[in-house]
Design a protein around this ligand. Structure first.
Ligand SMILES: Nc1nc2c(ncn2[C@@H]2O[C@@H]3COP(=O)(O)O[C@H]3[C@H]2O)c(=O)[nH]1
Ligand SMILES: [Zn+2]
Length: 763
């Protein structure tokens, strides 16, 4: 699973963090041993109101005793992939003995795990295993299976696969522990077949003898199982091919005769097919390991959409939007199976991410923003077809980067960190202070085995993954914005060789500032949250005796006009260059357009069927391809709204100023007649002027008389650079600005006219 991300000139990267040797073993009875030294997962302390059940570590083979209860079991559980199907039965029997159903009053699952009490009015919870569950447990019991190297084992294994398929078809699910034990048994048997070493494998000679006597037996094994035979060996994932290659090499070294070579090859084909099946079964098992509440299911139907409502999702998930979105997207790209990520490990990691995002209780930079950017990235990738340009490692890196990109954000700008000399600014020498922290802290999480979702990645993949994540998240530092846009412009002048890391960084940066390009309801809400966060920083700055950062003074900031500036100078150019880049990149690899008319819920099947994106037919002439710039309409519409708002603001402001002027004149008059002074003051205090909605002034309400002098749109004194519109100007940038601002024609001289100039405020 190579990556085309350039790593030239980079320092050596470490292998995925591994704190222990992974010695997962398979006991002969099919039960999975826990690797020595493995820590038990932490109890679920952080989830206050959990909403999801997962079955632990399907892929990494954790014991069912380690199964973690990450969320509450919903009363009518369904999954997105298996809509309407029955939930996995939590049959937690150690061997294959059947446990009696628990009493309905007990607050425990069959597995003995505590369940969240059923909500009032919800349907009664199932009371224990049904008759069919018991039949399944018995039929898939692994206790009395023949030894894996015996002849009967082959037959048994094949029958087991059939049975599993039947149960999956009729019931939609098989309990993970049963599935795991059976799959391990089958894998063991097939491995022995594939090895095909007659000198050490007496069973092989028995098979050979039997099939010689009765060739139908051999054919039966290959042909009987439709599930196995439908998979083409070419379609196997690279990992399986790697495994095969090593198996083949080993076999070839001891193979002498042509006949034996043939047999080995046949065994390999069988093993590949089996591996594919196992892969698919794992995927199905992973999919069904999590249950979604119906409201979440409904929302996920629009997960691919540009207008996805992340706030609604956050509500539907009791404030866990990030874990849901990330998990679902990773499932849709089949990343759990591809990188052998255990469901439990992933949930531990996502939970820790959510904890980090909630650390500072920020109005804007919280887990909902993390979820929003992750979903937006997915929407861009999927709807434009960009995903077809990417390797699995890159897709994983993109989703991961988006999910972690503001991890443990403090709710302040980098500039604030620098100016107030925080510890983080010290650690990162004032450069991309927060972004460096987001990355470092997120990777640090994975040094804990229980959170290490890159555990099973190959060293090379991990290196590419980490490099790309670092590149992408560092590029979300707003102070790189102009450099990024400029760089992409020059890259697009020779579009044959667009650097993937740069392209993906631009997409993440654009997704990070994408809410002004969403529908008004979403954008207005995000703006409110961000402004509140900016204002809180302003409050702190005031407390610390620091000057207000741009847009941080809650008393004077003109939100509407600053948003127009933000859209005009930052957001629109970002979307424009990103769209141009997408047109260039996607056209040659997506000859018949994007995946837009499909759902990402089926994307892994599509990629499987069509082969890897890099194998696409590139011989055809690239046709005039344009991505659907769904964002353009919103940007225009939102700007119109802000302009209306700005006009209103302006009227109100003028009214305030008029009132201030009047008060000043009155004060002056009072100064001239000191005797009346006290009486006038008293009158003013009792009955201050009032501003109505349309900006006119009437007596009867308080007015902020501290407001600065008029800031007419024509007044070039009211200068705010693009950085000020963003509110995140870095000190380096600010410095550059002052030296370059005077130069005629420099882009830095563009003004956001109605934002009050800080200098005038005298703070
Ligand atoms: N002025 C302004 N800044 C924004 C808006 N949306 C995002 N930003 C800034 O852009 C930054 C992008 O990176 P972050 O998410 O860290 O922080 C974001 C905000 O500081 C917006 O609507 N208006
Ligand atoms: Zn962000």
């Amino acid at each position: 699973m190579g990556s085309s991300v350039s790593t030239k000139g980079r320092s050596k990267q470490a292998a995925p963090p591994r704190n222990r040797v992974h010695t997962e073993t398979t006991a002969s009875d099919g039960c999975i041993d826990v690797p020595p030294g493995r820590k038990s997962p932490r109890p679920d302390k952080r989830t206050s109101e959990p909403a999801v059940v997962v079955e632990q570590d399907a892929v990494r083979g954790q014991s069912r005793n380690q199964r973690q209860h990450i969320g509450s079991l919903k009363p009518t559980p369904t999954t997105v992939a298996n809509s309407g199907e029955k939930n996995a039965v939590e049959n937690d029997t150690q061997g294959c003995s059947v446990q009696p159903p628990k009493s309905s009053s007990s607050n425990e699952s069959v597995s003995g795990k505590r369940l969240t009490p059923r909500k009032k009015g919800s349907p009664p919870r199932r009371q224990g295993p049904s008759k069919e569950d018991l039949t399944m447990s018995l039929e898939l019991c692994t206790d009395n299976l023949p030894p894996t190297d015996s002849l009967e084992a082959l037959e048994k294994a094949s029958k087991r696969i059939r049975k599993i398929c039947t149960f999956l078809q009729s019931r939609g699910n098989v309990p993970s522990n049963l599935l795991k034990r059976n799959l391990h048994y089958i894998a063991d048997v097939l491995e022995i077949v594939a090895t095909d070493d007659a000198s050490t494998d007496s069973r092989k000679s028995k098979v050979h003898q039997e099939t010689k006597n009765d060739p139908s037996k051999d054919r039966r094994f290959i042909d009987e199982d439709d599930e196995l035979s439908e998979v083409e060996p070419d379609a196997v994932p690279m990992e399986v091919r790697d495994w095969l290659a090593s198996t083949f090499t080993r076999s070839a070294s001891v193979t002498k005769s042509g006949e034996k070579e043939k047999k080995t090859f046949r065994s390999i084909v069988q093993a590949v097919r089996a591996a594919n099946l196992v892969d698919r079964l794992y995927r199905r098992m992973s999919t069904s390991a999590v249950t979604y509440p119906p409201t979440v299911m409904k929302l996920f139907k629009s997960l691919d959409d540009w207008s996805f409502d992340v706030f609604a999702l956050n509500e539907a998930t009791n404030g866990q939007a990030l874990r849901y979105v990330t998990y679902e997207i990773m499932m849709r790209y089949d990343l759990l199976a591809k990188f052998k990520i255990g469901v439990g490990t992933l949930f531990n990691f996502l939970e820790a991410l959510e904890v980090g995002y909630s650390k500072y209780q920020n109005p804007y930079h919280n887990l909902v923003h993390g979820a929003d950017v992750t979903q937006t990235m997915h929407s861009i990738l999927f709807q434009t077809g960009l995903v077809q340009w990417l390797t699995d490692v890159e897709i994983f890196a993109v989703v991961f980067s988006a999910a972690i990109h503001d991890f443990e954000h403090t709710g302040e700008t980098n500039n604030f960190h620098v100016m107030s000399r925080t510890e983080t600014a010290l650690v990162y020498n004032d450069r991309a202070v927060q972004e460096n922290h987001h990355i470092s802290a997120a990777f640090r999480l994975m040094t804990d085995d229980n959170l290490n979702i890159v555990y099973n990645m190959s060293k090379d993949d991990y290196k590419d993954f980490r490099t790309l994540v670092i590149d992408m998240v560092l590029a979300t530092d707003m102070s790189y914005h102009f450099a990024q846009v400029k760089q992409m412009k020059s890259l697009l002048s020779c579009p044959d060789n667009i650097d993937k890391a740069k392209a993906l960084s631009l997409v993440l940066h654009t997704a990070d500032i994408s809410h002004p390009a969403k529908n008004w309801t979403l954008h207005e809400h995000w703006t409110e949250l961000l402004m509140e966060e900016f204002f809180r920083q302003g409050d702190k700055e005031q407390e610390l005796g620091l000057p207000f950062s741009p847009l941080c003074d809650r008393k004077t900031t003109m939100v509407a006009s600053s948003q127009i500036g933000f859209i005009d100078f930052i957001v629109q150019p970002s979307f424009e260059i990103m769209s141009d880049m997408l047109d260039k990149v996607v056209a040659p690899i997506s000859p018949r357009g994007s995946l837009a008319n499909q759902s990402s819920a089926t994307i892994s099947e599509k990629v499987e069927a069509e082969g890897s994106p890099q194998n696409g037919d590139q011989s055809e002439e690239p046709f005039e391809f344009k991505v659907d710039r769904v964002w353009d309409g919103h940007l225009t519409g939102n700007k119109v709204k802000w302009k209306e708002q700005s006009t209103k603001d302006q009227a109100e402001k003028e009214a305030r100023e008029k009132a201030a002027q009047k008060a000043k004149e009155d004060a002056e008059k009072r100064d001239q007649s000191p005797l009346d002074d006290k009486a006038e003051e008293k009158k003013d205090a009792e009955n201050p002027p009032k501003i109505t909605a349309n900006g006119t002034v009437s007596p009867g309400n308080a007015v902020d008389l501290k407001v600065k002098p008029s800031t007419s749109p024509e007044n070039d004194d009211q200068v705010s650079t693009k950085e000020e519109a963003v509110g995140t100007a870095s000190p380096e940038h600010a410095e550059k600005r002052t030296t370059e601002e005077d130069k005629p024609g420099k882009i830095e001289s563009i003004t956001v006219k109605s934002v009050t100039k800080r200098k005038e405020s005298g703070v």
